[in-house]
Design a protein around this ligand. Structure first.
Ligand code: FES
Ligand code: FES
Length: 163
């Protein structure tokens, strides 16, 4: 039986190539979580308000809940799983733990991806610039200060390393 509205796309996610059939109305977040079992990006608002679903799409931080999967054919996607895992944490993941910036953890993957984008594009932000850069990512637990401290500490570490 022909399944209508299924489109084949080829994408690279966390350095792994995938060729998959996706429904025309499914978002990138639907495909990551429900089809590929890549559950780091979280679904919270589903309408681009909270940032819990943030991933890097061809190097840009985007809300995966706002992008149709058919739109990302040929793209490269990095999710929190692509930054590091339980064996080898990325500098930002470690800094979030060290700063006490993870409480319930629901916002954390999206927050870290948004912070990674900031540091990739603007390695030495001020406190205010970190605040602005993360303003699309909501956290109901931490009060944000520890998150900002974590991002600034990685920025400082990077600066030390290039000296
Ligand atoms: S779930 Fe995508 S922005 Fe909230
Ligand atoms: S740590 Fe709970 S929402 Fe941010």
């Amino acid at each position: 039986m022909e399944i209508k509205n299924v489109h084949e796309i080829t994408i690279n996610i966390n350095d792994q190539p995938y060729t998959i059939g996706v429904q025309a109305h499914h978002t990138l977040l639907d495909v990551l979580r429900d089809q590929l079992d890549i559950t780091g990006p979280k679904e919270c608002c589903g309408v681009g308000e909270c940032g819990a679903c943030t991933v890097l799409l061809d190097g840009q931080a985007v809300n995966a809940c706002l992008i149709l999967a058919v739109e990302v054919d040929g793209s490269e996607i990095i999710t929190i799983e692509g930054l590091g895992g339980s064996v080898h944490l990325s500098p930002l993941q470690q800094a979030f733990i060290d700063a006490g910036a993870v409480q319930c953890g629901f916002c954390t993957p999206g927050m870290i991806m948004a912070a990674q984008y900031l540091l990739n594009t603007y390695p030495e932000p001020t406190k205010e610039e970190v605040r602005v850069a993360l303003s699309g990512n909501l956290c109901r637990c931490t009060g944000y200060d520890r998150i900002i401290d974590a991002v600034l500490s990685v920025s400082r570490q990077q600066k030390e390393r290039v000296k």
